[in-house]
Design a protein around this ligand. Structure first.
Ligand SMILES: Cc1ncc(C[n+]2csc(CCOP(=O)(O)OP(=O)(O)O)c2C)c(N)n1
Ligand SMILES: [Mg+2]
Length: 295
């Protein structure tokens, strides 16, 4: 059974603001979840829990924040986005396709032999991808390098890096944070997908991060906590200018598997694949036209 395509590309909602913008992003995120769920179900693999905690963040970045365009992947002034938690590649590909950075038909090749859309993003295979990720702990160091490069070359671009909270157990992140604060990289934003779960366990039971905001502040960053499923809040914080020359550390409070009842905050759904009944339930909860999508 080939992977069904449920997604139709949408234009970036450039002319909207406030409540209308948030509503547009929310609807696109819903469509991205339906497509991503369908890809995981039909490919028989993926990371649906972390996908669903990150989709609202990915949607806001690509729909309303990043200064990027599908036909200008090589523009030296484009904003840079790095998906450091590269295991949620399915959610990333669906988001790119929703906003025209990838043909939606290509999503049918997700995890298939010879595909450009493998389990982790590949910058040689997908034009919008800035860095190959998958091994956790590398996106932020690369992002710091890109942010320093912007300074040195006097380019106006900004750098955004999305990391997992379990991923912050990698020491490379904290080294990168020291360097970013030292260079006062106000063009750098890290977003932490703070879903409080890693693979197979709670983050606070494994190697706890709290008080996370205080740690980031002590490292010389501006720490901001937001609801990572609230499109309006995410737009406001991520579009806003840096306050005072410090890099920005945005803690996005999320739920793994959100908003599916049996997945949400359930550690089992890190990389479980829904069976036919679970798939139908999730489609129903997302308000999908279930009759169009084979289970
Ligand atoms: C260096 C490294 N170690 C282990 C893994 C395997 N791995 C993939 S996802 C994951 C859990 C990551 O948890 P978190 O960063 O919280 O991501 P999320 O909860 O958003 O899925 C692990 C251990 C990896 N990809 N890289
Ligand atoms: Mg996590």
């Amino acid at each position: 059974m080939p992977i069904p395509i449920t997604l139709a590309p949408v234009a970036r909602p450039v002319a909207l603001d406030g409540v209308e913008l948030a509503a547009s992003l929310s609807e696109t995120a819903r469509q991205i979840r339906i497509q991503d769920l369908t890809m995981v179900r039909h490919a028989g693999a993926g990371h649906i829990g972390g996908d669903f905690s990150a989709i609202d963040i990915l949607t806001v970045l690509h729909g309303a924040v990043l200064d990027i365009a599908p036909d200008q992947a090589d523009d030296p002034d484009r904003d840079r986005f790095i998906l450091s938690k590269g295991h949620v590649a399915g959610a990333y590909y669906a988001t790119l396709a929703a906003y025209g950075f990838l043909p939606v038909a290509q999503l049918a090749t997700f995890l298939q032999p010879g595909t450009a859309l493998g389990g982790h993003p590949d910058r040689q295979a997908v034009p919008a991808v800035e860095a190959n990720t998958g091994p956790l702990g590398h996106g932020l160091p690369i992002g710091v390098g890109l942010a320093i490069a912007a300074r040195l070359t006097e380019r106006p671009y900004r750098v955004f890096v999305l990391v997992g909270d379990g991923e912050l157990q990698e020491g490379s992140n904290w080294e990168a944070m020291i360097t970013a604060a030292h260079h006062r990289l106000s063009n750098l934003t890290v977003i932490v997908d703070r879903n409080r779960l890693q693979q197979g366990a709670r983050v606070e039971d494994t190697s706890g991060l709290e008080p996370l905001a205080d740690k980031a502040t002590a490292f010389g960053w501006q720490a901001i906590t937001v609801d990572g499923h609230d499109h309006g809040q995410l737009v406001e914080v991520l579009s806003g200018p840096p306050m005072d020359g410090r890099p920005r550390f945005v803690i996005a409070e999320t739920h793994k598997g959100h908003p599916i009842s049996y997945m949400s905050d359930n550690v089992a759904w890190h990389h479980k694949v829904p069976d036919s009944d679970e798939f139908a339930t999730a489609l129903d909860e997302l308000g999908a036209q279930v009759e169009r999508i084979p289970t």
